[in-house]
Structure formats: structure tokens, C-alpha cells
Design a protein around this ligand. Structure first.
Ligand SMILES: [Zn+2]
Length: 534
């Protein structure tokens, strides 16, 4: 994945805020959602019994649409509010003040599934390319072979200017999805009075988080460096996945694929020809997807990544791959801005998304002019705090020079150190994919006075508990002999859930009962003018 950026020109504000209409992968915003369905994202995230999760949506589900805050978390979607802005800047309304905990239930002024899906699928207004920019983009990629790196860098820097002013998604790592899940679980536990909720720990054997190294092979020079890169990786005991461009960039001899696999690595497909136009046209995408799928079979590849992290997840149904790795966590410095705001894998239809959660080497070296691993270390720290997946893109093409190779070796030394401390599971993408798919089929069932994980692959899974300590969710493994218990215990302590103190908890005197969708609810008059409508 290169980080080629394109020139830009002024964009009409409507074009910036237009959401893609072809986004029907998940529940429709504004559609009637049953209370049980409101806990879908939490059940997916925790694999916990739904009996602990009682949510209702207050007010009019159609509501206003726009940006709002849920405590410190910036969200986009429908909320029980007046008008909401279409830009994530300035003072945003905090709808946590409209959240009510009572009678064993949490009444939310929004649908949590819609809010989380909007983040993961980047279904929020952000800067998209205008017609003018699309023309310039095509011109740029036509002329790109005739430009040198210095010219490209200047264009890229111009395109990325002012990125520090963007408040959303949160740089350098956005964990809004995880933060929302923790807050909702905490509220659900307060509502139900549960002291702890069992769930399936995020990674095998109770390990704290996951690390994944990937190499996108951009050019013949990068391809020729793969053998040396395999040696470098081996000297640190790190295995990686190599994403190969099947057409136009370089010859792909079977010996290359065999060499990667023979050394314990994985082969994935990167785009078709890396021309930056994969998602320009629906019909052309279908044609290319058929070829990409054929190469996937030929290379026995289970995973896909689009060139330059261009993406349209609503078209992923045409890809016959088990997983995709094209969606960045926060994309301020990528040609296609946005970000999925999560450090965990998630499903897009049948495809599992393994998000790109750290800055790419090219961006670090050539846009940020960094020659240290400080930013990578900061990102890994933030990701492991949330027990997430730290995924890297390092190009063989960009670590051939001595200075950048040294930085990459520093990164490998840092990761080796993490592994020796058993702080993370080092896995190939296909192993992460297999685990997350297995976990998604596991369930927790009551077994006498305790709980048991059931489902294929449950022998690798570890039962964990979420404890609610002073409004903060703190994780704990059931079997303290296994895995990185102390790390996971502290993992969520840093979560900023203080805003939950502001959630409305009506006293008996204050409650005026009413009926909402077959459930007994309450309205709070002056304290919560936009509370549940009856
Ligand atoms: Zn690439």
C-alpha cells in the first residue's frame, strides 16, 4: 500500500457531507429496532449473554441526524435531539445527559448499533473527492510513472496539510467503538445490578492484545528486497504477510510465493494493478473483482488489501476473500480520509475486516519526516490498553535504505520485547481471521454456579469478567493461571467513563411511568425534556 496522495481543489460543502446511499449492510437507521436487537454490537464485542443487556431507545428513532457526543466520544447518526451539525467540530451536544438508567433498563437517545456501524463503515460526512478532484486524481495516476519521489512527496504534503486540525477521528489512535462498548456495558450493569458480566476474552489463551505485521510489495525493487526482508524478520522471530500486486507492477514467479510460505509467511492479494482506480466505477469494480478473486485462488490467498487504502465496504460482497485489510483506524494522512474508529476486527457482511491501526512506514518516513519509532510505540500502547489489534504496513520498497531499515529493525526489536513479555499474540492475518471467526460463534452458558464457553475452538478461549468499579469497566480473567492476567485486569482502567456519573437515575419520587414499545419507562419532566416519549 503506497500513500500516494492527490492534488486537491475546493469542494462544495454538500459534496463533503454527502453520505453514500449504497450502504445497507446493517440495520437501517430509523427502522423499528426491538429492545433485544439494540444490544447486538455489545454481544458481538463481548460474546456475553444478552440477559445482562437491557436497552431501549428513547424518543423518536428517526430523530435528528448529525454529529453529537456520548460523553467524550464523538458519534454520528440519529439521536433524540433537536438539530445536529454535519461537521465534527465546535461544541457538540452531549446526549449522555439524556440517558436514563432505571427499572433494570438503560434508555438511550440513540441506537447503539447504528452509531457503531456508522463508525466502522465510515458512514459519516467527511471529505470525499469532488468531481474536480477525481479528474485531478486520474491525471495524477496517469502521470505518476513519470514523476519522481520528490515531486510526489510535495503533492502528498500539500494534500495532507492542516491534518492536525481534525478532531475526528482521534489521532493517533481512535478507540471510540471500544469506549462506547465499555460505557454501554457499564450502564447495563448499573441498570441490572450485576456486579460482573461473563464474556469471551478477546484473544486466545487470555493474552492481552494482538500484533500483526504486513508487507505491501509495491514495485520490482520491493519484490527483489523480499528475500532480505524475510531474513530481517526471521532474525527477530517475526512472521509477516506479503501482499502481492498480481498485474502490471512486476512479474510474480511461483518461487516468490513459495519462498514466503516456506519461511512461515503468508501471501495476500494487493489490488489488481495498483492504479488507484479500483473503486472508481461499479461495473469496472465487478470486472476487476472477478480477476482479483481468480488471483486469490491461484495464489491460495485468503486476504485482500486495496491499493492506497482506497475502499468502498458496500462493494465487498463481490470479493471472495475471508478477510480484508483496507480500512484505516484514523486516516488523516491517507488520500482517502476517514477511519473506522476501532482497534478490533469486525464483520462487513461475510468478510472480516482487520483494520490498519498504526501509521504506515511511508507516512512516517516521508510525510512526518520521522526516523524514530516513538509514534509506533505510542500507538501500540494505546491499542493494547484497549486489548486491540496492532496491525502494521511496512513496504519492502521503503525500508531498503539504511536509515529507514534501521527504524524498521528498531520496531522489530520493540515488538520482540513485547512478545517476550507475553504482552501480545503475534499472528498472521489468516490466524487472526480464523480466531475471530471462531470467537464469533462462541457463546457463554450457565453451568451450575458458574459459566462455560461453548462452541468450536472454545479450548483456546478464556472466560473473562467485566467488573463495574465506580462506573468503570475493569476486565478480569476467570483463570488467573492463564495468560497475561495482570495486564488485562488493568486494561480498561484508563477508560474515561466519568461522564456516566451524569446519566439520569431517577428516584422513585421523580418517576412518572409510561409505556414505550411494550416496556414500562419513565419521563422526567424538567430534568430530561427529551427523555423517553410516551
Ligand atoms: Zn500499495
Amino acid at each position: 500500500m503506497s500513500t500516494a496522495l492527490v492534488p486537491t481543489c475546493p469542494v462544495p460543502s454538500q459534496a463533503e457531507s454527502r453520505l453514500d446511499a449504497e450502504t445497507t449492510l446493517f440495520s437501517e437507521a430509523g427502522a423499528a429496532v426491538s429492545p433485544d436487537m439494540l444490544s447486538r454490537v455489545l454481544v458481538e464485542h463481548y460474546r456475553c449473554p444478552s440477559e445482562f443487556l437491557k436497552f431501549v431507545q428513547s424518543g423518536d428513532e428517526a430523530g435528528a441526524v448529525g454529529y453529537f457526543r456520548f460523553g467524550p466520544n464523538i458519534c454520528y447518526g440519529h439521536a433524540n435531539s433537536g438539530t445536529l451539525p454535519s461537521e465534527a467540530k465546535g461544541l457538540l451536544e452531549d446526549v449522555s445527559l439524556e440517558t436514563v438508567v432505571a427499572e433494570g433498563t438503560v434508555a438511550l437517545p440513540f441506537d447503539p448499533n447504528e452509531i457503531v456501524d456508522n463508525l466502522r463503515l465510515e458512514r459519516y460526512p467527511h471529505r470525499r473527492l469532488s468531481r474536480c478532484e477525481n479528474i485531478l486524481k486520474k491525471a495524477y495516476y496517469s502521470l505518476r510513472p513519470f514523476t519522481n519521489q520528490s515531486v510526489r512527496k510535495q503533492i502528498q504534503k500539500f494534500r495532507a496539510r492542516n491534518w492536525q486540525n481534525l478532531a475526528f477521528p482521534r489521532w493517533p489512535v481512535d478507540t471510540t467503538v471500544e469506549d462506547i462498548c465499555e460505557s454501554l456495558l457499564s450502564l447495563a450493569m448499573q441498570a441490572s445490578g450485576a456486579e460482573r458480566v461473563p464474556f469471551v476474552w478477546f484473544w486466545p489463551h487470555g493474552i492481552r492484545g494482538c500484533v500483526m505485521m504486513t508487507h505491501d510489495v509495491e514495485s520490482a525493487a520491493g519484490k527483489d528486497f523480499c528475500a532480505e526482508l524475510l531474513d530481517i524478520n526471521d532474525s527477530f522471530g517475526i512472521k509477516a504477510s506479503f501482499q502481492i500486486v498480481p498485474e502490471e507492477r512486476y512479474e510474480v514467479p511461483s518461487t516468490l510465493l513459495e519462498a514466503i510460505r516456506g519461511r512461515g509467511g503468508e501471501v495476500g492479494i494487493q489490488d489488481l494493478n495498483h492504479d488507484g482506480r479500483l473503486f472508481d466505477d461499479r461495473g469496472e469494480f465487478r470486472r476487476r473483482a472477478a480477476l482479483i478473486n481468480r488471483y486469490g485462488q491461484e495464489y491460495a490467498a485468503q486476504g485482500f488489501r486495496a491499493a492506497i487504502l482506497y475502499r468502498k465496504p458496500e462493494w465487498y460482497g463481490d470479493l471472495e476473500f475471508s478477510y480484508d485489510m483496507s480500512i484505516p483506524n484514523v486516516a488523516h494522512l491517507d488520500p482517502q480520509r476517514g477511519g473506522c474508529c476501532t482497534v478490533m476486527p469486525y464483520f462487513i457482511g461475510k468478510v472480516l475486516e482487520l483494520p490498519v491501526t498504526t501509521v504506515q512506514d511511508y507516512t512516517l518516513f516521508h510525510l512526518l519526516n520521522e526516523r524514530s519509532i516513538a509514534l509506533w510505540e505510542t500507538q501500540v500502547g494505546l491499542i493494547l490498553e484497549k486489548n486491540g489489534l496492532a496491525s502494521f504496513i511496512v513496504h519492502p520498497d521503503y525500508v531498503r535504505d539504511r536509515d529507514t531499515r534501521t527504524v524498521y529493525e528498531d520496531l522489530l526489536a520493540y515488538l520482540r520485547d513485547l512478545r517476550e513479555k507475553a504482552a501480545a499474540w503475534f499472528a498472521l492475518p489468516r490466524e487472526v481471521d480464523a480466531w475471530w471467526r471462531a470467537r464469533s460463534q462462541m457463546s457463554i452458558v450457565r453451568h451450575g454456579n458458574s459459566w462455560r464457553i461453548e462452541g468450536p475452538g472454545a479450548d483456546r478461549a478464556v472466560l473473562a469478567f467485566a467488573n463495574n468499579i465506580k462506573g468503570k469497566v475493569v476486565y478480569e480473567l476467570a483463570d488467573e493461571k492463564r495468560g497475561a492476567v495482570s495486564a488485562s485486569k488493568n486494561a480498561a482502567l484508563s477508560s474515561s467513563n466519568d461522564f456516566l456519573q451524569n446519566v439520569v437515575r431517577p428516584s422513585n419520587d421523580e418517576k412518572q411511568y409510561c409505556h414505550h414499545r411494550g416496556r414500562t419507562l419513565w419521563s422526567l419532566g424538567s430534568r430530561s425534556p427529551q427523555g423517553p416519549r410516551c
